[in-house]
Every structure is written in structure tokens, then in C-alpha cells.
Design a protein around this ligand. Sequence first.
Ligand code: CUA
Length: 330
Amino acid sequence: MKRLCCGILMSVLFLTGCSSLKVLDPKGTVAELQLNLFQISIAIMLLVFFIVFSMFVYFTWKYRETPERRGFTPSYVKGNKKMEVTWTVIPILLLTILAVPTVKGTFSLAHSDEKSENPLEIEVTGHQYWWEVHYPDQDITLTNEAYIPVDQPVVFHLKSDDVIHSFWVPKLGGKKDLIPGKNNTLTLNASEEGVYKGQCAELCGASHSFMRFKIHAVGENQFNQWKDKKSKEKAPENLTPAAEKGKKIFISKCLSCHAVSPAERSEGPNLAGFSDKERIGNVVKNTDENVEKWIKDPSSFKPDINMPGFPDLTEEDLHALSEYLSRLEE
Ligand code: CUA
């Protein structure tokens, strides 16, 4: 028994504790509305559950077999209008109570991108296995992160480059799919400054779990400063000889897929600010050693990745490349 309890406890911890994605902790208007709907539904369902279950327990006990009742045959009862009306009307009432706020809330959320005034537009494209975040008005492109101002509606235009992904930032609101050939929109609004974690919520391949991202919600002034700084950010200059050599290799081997300044778009992840990323491709710690291993064989870290390996590069070339990448600062 003790072992069973331990097992259950461990699996509960495993399923909930490890995830830093916190659900039911709204930090924006959309997530708040969704939590309210969730609470109403749970309250009604719990009410029904307790009434039905109490009656079940009570009647099971009341009409249990006793020595006096052994051999008892109940009389045949055919129909009871009152009871039939009761158990038809009550569910209709409950479903109506449940339906009104749900339909109202769902429709208001579905059309919130048309209603919101002066929204910030962001294009999010899902790739196996990373996110391209593009600000069309500011011409800024980021990888696996977005900056948004608080208290301003943000319309995310969701697209996919390959398979179906799903954009989910639990603290800001529910998920929406990114479907190839379709432009879905999701309007979110952060009411508090903070960093909100997101995750692809649709099994999209072997490295689906690495499709994480962060949304930085900042004050309006801070957001404008960030925007100005980003749009001026250029590829690094004044490089050390090693980094200069790395740049040359980068241009010949990597530039066809990777851009190095936020003003450019590329087929693969934009590597601007790479040295400030905590992890490479959301997988391993961003150290020189790991960068070199990654370039040699990325699929050993991230299965099914589209980036090819470069096993022919020499140790010296790899050092030079990682030296150059370490100069890509924010
Ligand atoms: Cu993309 Cu899961």
C-alpha cells in the first residue's frame, strides 16, 4: 500500500512539478476569461457529481439486502411523469447556464482581433523545431522569443512552414494551431510585466518538446526602447582574428540559412543575440564546446532537425565559428 501511494505521489509530482509552464495562473485578460469559464463549468459539474453520487450511495445503502428483505421482489412501476420531467428539465437548465457564458466568451475571443484597437501585429511561423517571430511594421525578426508591451492587445498571425504546430502561452491564454497554408490569428493581452513561457502544444515530430519559447511582457516605454535598439542592431564588427576567420566560414557555410541581424529574415533560425541565449536550440547549455559539437552533428542533440551536420570542419574551423557566434550579442 505504502509503495502504491509513493508511486502515485511520484507520478503526480512528475506530471505536474517538472513543468514550469503554469496553467490556471492568468496574467492577461484572455487567460482570465478562460479561467472564469473553466471555473463555472467545474462548479456545475461538481454540483451534479455530488448530488448524483450522494443519491447513489444513499439508495445503495437504504435498499441493501437484509435478512428481512431476502427474496423480496419489487413491484413493477410503469412511468412516472413527475420524475421524468424533473430529470429532463434539470439538465436542460444546467446546460443552458453553462452554454450562455461559454458561447458568449468563445465568440468574443474568436473576434477579438477585429475588435481590438491599435493592436501590435506579430507574425509567428512554426518550423520543425523552432519559432520565427517577425514584427512586420518594425522589420524585426527573432527566434523562439517575443517582446510585447503590457496592456496592449497583440495579434499573433500564426503560420506554419511544414506541419501543424500549436502556439500556447498558458499564462496569457489558450492555444491555437498553426496550420500550413492557413493564417490563424490569436489575440492576447498581458496585464502584468514578466516573462511568460510558451510551448508547442501539438505533437509535430521527434523534437516537438524542444519547441519552447518565451514572451517578455514589458512596459510601453521599455518596449519602444527595445524596438528602436533592435531595429538598429547590426552584425558585429571589429572582430578578433579568430572571429574574423569564423565569419568567413559562417558566410560560406551558414549564411544561406541563418541571418545574424534582427533586420534580416532567413530560412533557418535568426542567430542575432545568439551568445545571450541560455541554450542552443532550446536543448543544451550554450557553451563553446557544445556549439562546436552542435555544428558537427546537430541531430545528436535535436532529433529530426533540418540543419545538416558539418563533420568535415576541422577543430580550428569549429573554434573560429564558435568564437564568431559568441560575438553575436544583443
Ligand atoms: Cu511544433 Cu510541436
